[in-house]
Ligand binder design. Structure first.
Ligand code: SF4
Length: 687
């Protein structure tokens, strides 16, 4: 690999966790020392508690180092021979789609690419999707329809510090990615103002100049009312709308019915606060509107994001330097993971799998007949829900995901996994899902391997190997190569990430997410390169919409959308809303962070946050055990009484098994995003 940038000590690489992909130096000796890098703008010398303690992932005692076959330690040949034999047998009986593949938003670009290729070229299955579908797919669908391109932040994160106002809807960055807050803090130090929309008084909401606290599942109505006020008070940037957009008249008509007083009754947000939010946004020279999972993880998530994009377009923000709309992507490679073909409907370069020209281009790179490439498969939850059913796959290969904790209606998912003829899990630790697998393959992790990650800004970064992996583990690329060899397709499956990346560059060339001009050398020299980057002499594209949007006519598209309530509303039997989210100390399903002593000490177990009024009604105080019951399951947690939550809502973190036993898998029609963020529950004292 190219020489790393100057570092304080150790090897310059990036954090194993979230989409900020903070730069860090990893120095390995008897212990692993981590220091933040100053040269990566996203974190600029900062790390959160998760990043500081990530070294323990490399030295912790719970690491898997030997393949397991039905719980028995075996050699790699025996494990891979068994998997290949079972794949052949399942496909002989059930056809190519009898075998499914499930990937993850934490996999490097090289792994995501190779997984998609392996599924389509070796297995010939259409049944591949990934857990990123559960992450930001609603924002991806909405930005594709508005701008013709889905890039989380279509501007450098440092632009936020230069803004005069930021509205953040449904994101708690102070806990999920704390260094992000520095950019907002700089904005506020300059006199800029932060508006947060969240049903809870989160750590981020506490730092806001204005906090709107809607009932869960009503933020679409809130966005419609904000636009209603913008129009009524004459804040529309008419010149921008005329010059750079299409479709505003239909949106203007549709929001007329969402006057603020009506929306106050729907959301519980006082009209005065809505007007104050508009005043802040409309009074700013430069402003950004951002959405996170709270807004997106709904069965109407795509329309909700469209409503916020409509608001941004009416104010003339997207495509203006220092302003814009952006999605705060969550998983480490949530952005890159959705560009290279591990999605059910997609080929590398963010190409559509049912587009003949896209199929021909990618098939030529792969050296196969385009007619042999399967078509679109099932989306993530639909795939998990079909496993082991008559029409569904009978075998599953799972990489970098823990759906027994992270999927909605997790009890049903457990039932489906148990029906499989073969479950293979590649992981570093014995996650809840790995513990149920027929075959567990121990794999390398972040600082033990090289590869690229694309952060929430669309900046492609280089992860460098800083320590040797423990003897016995293999990288996912080696695992895929080993399986491809046994299944008759080893050619085209190198285990060297740089070779895979060079092919990825060719496969993505000419696509929306064009990496053709990005090399490992450039990433190292430039501390990351923004896609699209079609040639090695192209500078990369930090702000892709400055001159035109990525639509055929270069204009952004307004989309009229209507509010509707949650898929499951409260009633006499289930009188409370449940919403879920994260805490500072943990990441995603907690498979990694729950194994780190300092993080466990900071947050050892799940909890149920509830308002003091509700606590009084239930006659409970903090620490009492509570049972939370939905139509799909039940779980328990310690009460945490907090006046910062609405009295009609309870909150549970999803880092531990439990919360997702309750959640509703109702799907967004456009993105197939499940409704993680709101369902109806009842709460009782346990024991
Ligand atoms: Fe940075 Fe996210 Fe890692 Fe924290 S978890 S150090 S915010 S990349």
């Amino acid at each position: 690999l190219p020489a790393p940038a100057p570092v304080k000590a150790g090897t310059a690489t990036h954090c194993p966790y979230c989409a900020l992909q903070c730069g860090m130096n990893v120095a390995a000796g008897e212990t692993v020392a981590i220091t933040p890098r100053d040269d990566i703008p996203a974190n600029a010398g900062g790390l959160c508690q998760k990043g500081w303690t990530a070294g323990e992932l490399l030295t912790g005692g719970e690491r898997l180092t030997t393949p397991l076959l039905h719980g028995r330690e075996v050699g790699w040949d025996e494990a891979l021979d068994f998997v290949a034999d079972r794949i052949r047998a399942v496909q002989a009986e059930h056809g190519p789609d009898g075998v499914a593949v499930f990937g993850g938003g934490g996999l490097t670009n090289e792994k995501a690419y190779q997984l998609g290729k392996f599924a389509r070229v070796v297995l010939r299955t259409s049944q591949i999707d990934y857990n990123g579908r559960f992450c930001m797919s609603s924002a991806a669908a909405a930005t594709n329809r508005a701008f013709g391109m889905d890039r989380g932040l279509p501007f450098p994160i440092t632009d936020l510090a230069r803004a005069d106002a930021v509205l953040l809807a449904g994101g708690n960055v102070a806990e999920t990615m704390p260094p992000f807050v520095r950019h907002l803090a700089t904005m506020r130090e300059r006199g800029g103002r932060l508006v947060v929309i969240d049903p809870r008084v989160t750590a981020t909401a506490r730092q806001a100049d204005l906090h709107l606290q809607p009932t869960p599942g009503t933020d679409l109505a809130l966005a419609l009312a904000l636009l209603h006020i913008v129009i009524a008070e004459g804040h529309v940037d008419e010149d921008y709308v005329a010059a750079r957009t299409n479709g505003f008249d239909a949106v203007r008509t549709s929001v007329a019915a969402w006057w603020p007083e009506r929306v106050e009754r729907v959301t519980g947000v006082p009209v005065a606060l809505m007007r104050a939010a508009v005043e802040i946004l409309a009074g700013a020279d430069r402003a950004a509107i951002l959405t996170g999972r709270g807004t997106e993880q709904h069965a109407k998530g795509t329309d909700t994001v469209s409503a916020f994009i409509n608001l941004a377009l009416a104010l003339g923000l997207p495509g203006r330097e220092g302003s814009g709309y952006g999605c705060v992507t969550g998983q480490g490679n949530g952005q890159g993971g959705r560009e290279h073909g591990q999605k059910a409907d997609q080929l590398p370069g963010y190409r559509k799998i049912d587009d003949p020209a896209a199929r021909a281009h990618v098939a030529a790179v792969w050296g196969v007949d385009p007619d042999t490439l399967p078509g679109p498969g099932r989306s993530a939850y639909e795939l998990l829900d079909a496993l082991g059913t008559e029409a569904g796959p009978r075998a599953l290969l799972l990489f970098g995901s823990n759906p027994l904790v992270s999927a909605p209606r997790a009890g049903r998912v457990a039932e489906r996994l148990a029906r499989l003829d073969l479950l293979v899990v590649s992981d570093l630790v014995m996650s809840e899902t790995a513990a149920t697998a027929d075959v567990v393959l121990p794999t390398t992790q972040w600082a033990e391997e090289s590869g690229t990650m694309t952060n929430l800004e669309g900046r492609v970064l280089l992860r460098r190997r800083a320590v040797a992996p423990p003897p016995g583990v293999r990288s996912d690329l080696e695992i895929l190569r080993g399986l491809a060899e046994r299944l008759g397709g080893a050619e085209g499956f190198p285990a060297d990430p740089r070779e895979v990346f060079d092919e990825l560059r060719r496969a993505s060339a000419g696509g929306i997410a064009d990496y053709a001009g990005i090399t490992y050398e450039r990433i190292a020299a430039e501390t990351g390169v923004f896609w699209p980057c079609p040639a090695e002499d192209h500078p990369g594209t930090p702000r892709p919409f400055l001159d035109r949007f990525a639509t055929p006519d270069g204009r952004a598209r307004f989309t009229p959308v209507e509010h509707r309530g949650p898929q499951e509303d409260v009633d006499g039997e289930y009188p409370l809303y449940l919403t879920t989210g994260r805490v500072l100390a943990h990441y995603q399903s907690g498979a990694q962070t729950r194994r780190i002593a300092a993080l466990n000490a900071a947050a050892a177990d799940t909890f149920v946050e509830l308002h003091p009024d509700l606590a009084e009604r239930l006659a409970v105080t903090s620490g009492d055990r509570l049972r939370v019951v939905s139509r799909r399951g039940e779980t328990e947690g310690a009460a945490r009484v907090n006046p910062g939550i609405r009295p009609d809502t309870v909150f549970m973190p999803f880092h531990w098994p439990g919360a997702n036993l309750l959640t509703n898998p109702a799907l967004d029609p456009a993105s197939r995003m499940p409704e993680f963020k709101v369902c109806a529950v009842r709460v009782e004292r346990a024991g």
